[in-house]
Design a protein around this ligand. Sequence first.
Ligand code: GTP
Ligand code: MG
Length: 192
Amino acid sequence: MQIISAEFVKSAFAEPDWPGDSKLEIAFLGRSNVGKSSLINSLLGVRGLARTSSTPGRTRALNFFLINEKFRFVDLPGYGYARAPKSMKAEWGAAAENYLAKREQLVLSIHIVDSRHEPSKQDLQLHEWLEHQQKPHLIIATKSDKLSNNELRKNLVAIERALNIDQVLVYSATTKRGRNEVWNAIEKSLKS
Ligand code: GTP
Ligand code: MG
């Protein structure tokens, strides 16, 4: 995919704020601080478009980005940030879940996990929900640059086993490893 333009559209805290047109959307979801925003920036080749931070829980709203004036990326709030107040946790979860359940323009959910760790309980719950709802989805194990090849191979097997899937895609926002594979999957879902 050649990126001609990539721009931030808006942050949406509630459903009436979601963009109203019928452009197709790709959502990025996963644990807080797992690297969702970094993945978006590295796919688009635009540093700082989606805000990243070493402080977890940075992305609180649904953030919409328009690519090539044709389709959108949606950066969803991360889950599992232990130190967030309870009321906030519920709010973030509800906003993301509502979007995933209802959004007709959504053609692919990209579920991002950390290649260094076993999927969390919430990762497993999200995965089960996506499977059960028959939502087209894809698992990406990111931060692969932080592991040796041996460790990575071992962890990928563990992740695939835990989620009961054939293949996770390996990614690194630092080295851009996996960028072509992820774009191929996105292009396929936009065409189908
Ligand atoms: P929230 O919006 O808070 O849920 O976080 P997020 O999932 O959007 O994570 P973000 O992209 O902000 O990244 C969190 C931290 O991980 C930042 O310090 C990033 O620089 C770092 N990071 C993200 N991806 C990678 C990667 O592939 N490799 C390395 N080494 N660091 C990464
Ligand atoms: Mg983020």
